[in-house]
Design a protein. Sequence first.
Length: 253
Amino acid sequence: MISTLDSPFIVFAVSLVAQWLAAYCGDLFRRRVHRLNKDEHADFETIQTATLTLLALIIGFTFSMAVTRYDQRKNYEEAEANAIGTEYVRADLLPAEDGASVHGLLRDYLAQRIAYYLTNDQRQIGELDADTTKLHAELWSAVSRTAQSQPTPVVALTVSGMNDVLNSQSYTQAAWWNRIPVAAWGMMGLIAISCNMLLGYGERRRGLPLLLILPIVVSISFFLIADIDSPRGGVIRVLPHNLIALSQSMKAP
């Protein structure tokens, strides 16, 4: 289910077909099983209006959830760039050999983080995760070795900066895993299908094109929500602008 939600175009197509079929079934039920009489129209319109209002509210709340998660991913990308840049400067406080080693490792680590943001290949993502874990160990070993041999406040400051670098990656990963729950998608889809069934049942004029208006509008809303909520599969994505700018300023000597 999550892989489907990572493809906004699939979400759009599935939701459009499902809602149009629901509207068609409602229209078919009205024509072949039961027609509304004059006394029932007022009550039916009340129910239909309430259901459409509920759908609009749920779409609005879900869109807000997606935007909040998108902003969170953007903020953590900026925080990650700041943490790496700060530690790169603090590495100058270490002995020359250790500082050069930390500089090289941070440049490699930065390249790994940029690749993580830009790739869509699941196999490459797995390789990047493994390489990142290895670089974490090497970075921490580089500063902890110096801290053990020279336990000074200056070195402690560098160790604290490295801890921020490692933590920032964990926060970023958690933000990318924080998605709109599948249950929320299911509830929103069921209400949308119900609304379209009511629309088809209450349509008084013949013509299937009229039944496509609401499915198209709601499907576009679903597409936008899925697009913003998906870290990798959407058109609207968090690009590592801050990390790329930092990489350009960190030129190897």
